[in-house]
Design a protein around this ligand. Structure first.
Ligand code: HEM
Ligand code: HEM
Length: 185
């Protein structure tokens, strides 16, 4: 399977990044939702560190995904009504914005507590985005922002999945197949 996009399908690199990011967002969301309800014990800090490092890894993968999108020619759009193409483009743009906004808001909240430095997988020291601790009111706002953006991402992804399935099952076109490895004949 070619690494780059072909006129009629997504290449191996964008496919791999699309599905890896989907998987990691689900795992990361589950870790986030579970960890905030755990009692604040030292062992739980390890889970917070895992969540932060995985979140920064997702951010790096999203940057890679967008860089590849700018570098590679996109597959030719399938025939569909103009409003549908516009809606799909708007949805993809919104998903990209949220794929950045969710991890950045998490990082912003983490910086705002001013508690301890952030290390990516315990190795790379990441800068504070706020330059120090902020008031409790701001910490609360940023935590709420992180959670709200996450649910917005899940909501839009739900619509995106419904659209992909509609193309596959009802319209019976190649939208979904183009995002999956080619089946051997
Ligand atoms: C795509 C990446 C990410 C996803 C999907 C995600 C998702 C979540 C979710 C669902 C929660 C639970 C929210 C709640 O119920 O209150 C959460 C909490 C949290 N996240 Fe993330 N997160 C991501 C990236 C990050 C990053 C990069 C950081 C920091 C560097 C981070 C730091 C935190 C912290 C500190 C909390 C706890 C907030 C609190 O105590 O209220 N997250 N995240
Ligand atoms: C967290 C979940 C998901 C996110 C954040 C997401 C994000 C995206 C983004 C940003 C694109 C646009 C690619 C581009 O134009 O560069 C895309 C394309 C696509 N996604 Fe997803 N996706 C998710 C889940 C899914 C799932 C579960 C399916 C299948 C059921 C799916 C099927 C597709 C298809 C078929 C395309 C190609 C659309 C086209 O050719 O116009 N996605 N996705």
């Amino acid at each position: 399977m070619p690494l780059r996009n072909e006129p009629d399908r997504w290449g191996a690199v964008p496919q791999f990044l699309h599905w890896l990011i989907v998987l990691l967002i689900l795992v990361q969301g589950a870790i986030g939702l579970v960890m905030v309800d755990l009692p604040r014990r030292p062992s739980v800090f390890a889970i917070y560190n895992l969540h932060k490092s995985l979140g920064l890894t997702i951010l790096a993968l999203v940057i890679l995904r967008l860089a590849w999108r700018l570098y590679d020619r996109r597959p030719v759009p399938l025939p569909m009504p103009r409003w549908q193409r516009r809606a799909a483009e708007a949805m993809h743009a919104a998903l990209y914005v949220l794929l950045f906004a969710v991890p950045l808001s998490g990082w912003l909240f983490d910086s705002s507590t001013g508690l301890r430095p952030l290390y990516w997988w315990g190795q790379v020291r990441m800068p504070s985005l706020t330059g120090g601790g902020l008031s409790e009111a701001w910490q609360h706002r940023l935590a709420t922002l992180h959670e709200t953006l996450f649910w917005l991402l899940i909501g839009l992804a739900g619509l995106h999945v419904a659209a992909a399935l509609k193309h596959h099952v009802i319209d019976r076109n190649d939208t979904l197949r183009r995002m999956l490895p080619r089946r051997r004949r």
